[in-house]
Design a protein around this ligand. Sequence first.
Ligand SMILES: Cc1ncc(COP(=O)(O)O)c(C=O)c1O
Length: 392
Amino acid sequence: MSYPPASARASAVEPFFVMQILARARELEAAGRDIVHMEIGEPDFVTPEPVLRAARAAIDAGKTHYTPATGLPELREAIAGYYATRFGVQVAPGQVVVTPGSSGALQLVLAALVDPGDGVLLSDPGYPCNRHLIRLAGGEAIALPVGLEEGFQPTASQVEAALGPRARVLLVASPANPTGTLIGPARLGSLLEAVRRHRGALVADEIYQGLVYGDSPGTALALGGDDVLVVNSFSKFFGMTGWRVGWVVAPHDLVPVLDRLAQNLFLAAPTVSQHAALAAFAPETLAILEQRRQVFRERRNYLAGALSALGFEVAARPDGAFYLYADCTRFTEDSFALSEALLEEAGVAVTPGRDFGRHGAQRYLRFAYTTSLDRLREGMMRIAGFLGGAGA
Ligand SMILES: Cc1ncc(COP(=O)(O)O)c(C=O)c1O
């Protein structure tokens, strides 16, 4: 080897196990097998037409140069306006920083808040990239094990016990990936109180906020205070995963820091995508997104019932996102092996729990309802056949 080995930090970043499943699914498909995909974490719908039109117009008008690092001023205003009209929360456009997806937003926020050796609290199971981003920022991920009993979200007492002088940031997601569970306003309030007692910060990832099926969605920004940061994205609810646009809402004082980091890390989010995103809040687009939300709700209801009928135990109140986290201990002690067997024998691809952490991971599978009801039904029939059950 003529170059130095990869850094220790980089080497510690793990791949997603689901990528192995996906690669094997593609191989099987290439060999002529039909696979039902329930592993994919993005909407099956294409980006709404008004957004596509806005992108075409931006290209035709030659809008191909960099924007300011904090984003197009019109888009920052539109995002602030969305908080006012949809949630009744006042956010100044100057508090909004547009980023390359919420992935870019999480990188900025963690780089801004974490010093080497600092701990960041996060739930296990949870979105796997977070612990790697924390480590790349020099910090340490402090996992809070959560299960059915905790509604798969951290409790105030867990947070209180884990916070300390070198661990003052709590990162939560509501709705969460992989469980779809929410943090209600009272619980969020108690988490923030614990964080405040330690003069820390709450970072709320609200990327699945638009995809809530029970109560109307809320935002952590409603709690107020300059210790609350919100990360969001056009990826999931707005159906724009491939465009790479998201945002952070941060306290005023932190914005110059985020600005400098953005200038250095990526200069700006993609320009055409930012112009496209301006159309995401148009009434015409929101009407399309609302129809899609109803479709996701119908799929969730079907899938939750079908999985329960098959003998899986579905996570407490999966009220949002497009995932169900199902306990499969009735069938196996090794959900990774089960995910492989489901693919090979039943032609159904799902994500094993071990992609989302360590706590109870071998008991769970994540089912994404990012495919049509017909395909979900087909998937359930195949799983029923594989398990020797009565069918769904
Ligand atoms: C909880 C959560 N946060 C952040 C992301 C990153 O999404 P994006 O960078 O497309 O906005 C994802 C993607 O799956 C996610 O599930």
